[in-house]
Design a protein around this ligand. Structure first.
Ligand code: SF4
Length: 333
């Protein structure tokens, strides 16, 4: 839950999650939709899906007891080397090293390591170091202390070296190279995209599509959504041409919606334009209402017709939730 977010933001999610799934058995017996609904808004949904799958394995293969060694832990869905080390050391107090964002930065500085910490060679250096410094007693507390030190003292910018308890052992401090260590990760270029989300309406209900495996937001529900780059809004040369281009756009969008859903629609209003980012994509999402006219839903996807008052029962994508709220407000008027 804590990936790419803060403890403060996570606490209410964590509490709701534990209240609903107090034991590993409760989680193993849950359905994916319930888990995703409680995870909604945290992002990184594969973690929620994997957590549930891991609970199933723990119950089925280990009688509901979490395995306590790093190797077996890494066989569970979604558990890599770092998470396995964290579970083994925090929960079972085993001498298992960890390297994650905060300790990676701290360890690079302590070692004065100015190579690429994400390369194979860099990872080898860091994992060996993390293992070598582990104490015989309380390795779990030690690992947590390193993470905390990295997060609160050895921060990415302006580390607080004056107050740092390990200053005397820090190579980067001695060399004055804290600002350039660790080597920054190369960030992928941002791509701007335009997409459409169509709230297709029929007899008071709206059409939702379940995002299949392999798609962004797999397992969550969303309105009929597709890329719109090629018909992104352009500058209009005159009022007459603007009107004709507008109607052309509407027809194109209706055709794309039919390709996506199987239904012919009459496109309604543009009710919102939402901006959001997913990995390297900066997305402008144009949200329209529409009325279903004819056709049959494609059998290649899961579909549901849902009343605005029932949107809360389903896990939705972030933008799907925003659009659902707008539709619920419109329906209540
Ligand atoms: S002395 Fe400064 S750079 Fe070195 S570990 Fe401490 S905070 Fe980080």
């Amino acid at each position: 839950m804590l990936q790419q977010t803060t403890v403060v933001a996570v606490v209410p999610y964590f509490e709701r999650f534990l209240a609903r799934f107090p034991t590993v058995r409760d989680l193993a017996e849950s359905n994916e939709s319930d888990v995703l609904r409680l995870w909604e808004g945290l992002g990184y949904y594969s973690r929620a899906r994997n957590l549930r799958k891991a609970a199933e394995v723990v119950v089925r293969e280990y009688g509901g007891e979490f395995p306590a060694d790093v190797e077996t832990l890494q066989k569970l869905p979604g558990i890599g080397r770092y998470t396995a080390g964290a579970i083994a050391s925090f929960a079972f107090n085993l001498r298992a090293p960890i390297v994650e964002a905060n300790t990676l930065r701290l360890d690079c500085r302590l070692l004065g390591f100015d190579g690429d910490p994400r390369s194979k060679a860099g990872q080898q250096v860091l994992w060996s170091f993390a293992e070598a410094v582990l104490p015989k007693t309380q390795p779990g507390r030690f690992n947590q202390a390193l993470m905390e030190l990295g997060a609160t003292v050895c921060s990415p910018k302006n580390p607080n070296c004056e107050q740092c308890p390990v200053q005397a052992h820090c190579r980067a401090f001695a060399d004055g190279t804290q600002a350039s260590i660790p080597q920054p990760a190369t960030r992928p270029a941002i791509t701007e995209v335009v997409e459409a989300s169509i709230a297709v309406h029929q007899r008071g209900k709206y059409l939702l599509r379940r995002c299949p495996t392999g798609e962004r937001w797999a397992g969550l529900w969303d309105f009929v959504r597709f890329p719109l780059d090629e018909i992104a809004v352009t500058k209009q040369p005159s009022v007459a041409k603007a009107a004709s281009r507008e109607s052309h756009h509407h027809e194109r969008i209706a055709l794309l919606a039919r390709d996506r859903s199987g239904l012919s629609i009459t496109l309604g209003d543009l009710i919102a334009e939402l901006k959001h980012s997913v990995t390297r994509y900066r997305i402008t999402l144009k949200c329209f209402t529409a009325t279903a006219v004819s056709g049959e839903l494609l059998s290649t996807a899961e579909w549901l017709w849902v009343s605005p008052q029932d949107f809360d029962d389903y896990p939705l994508s972030v933008t799907g939730r925003k659009l659902a709220k707008l539709l619920a407000i419109r329906a209540a008027k």
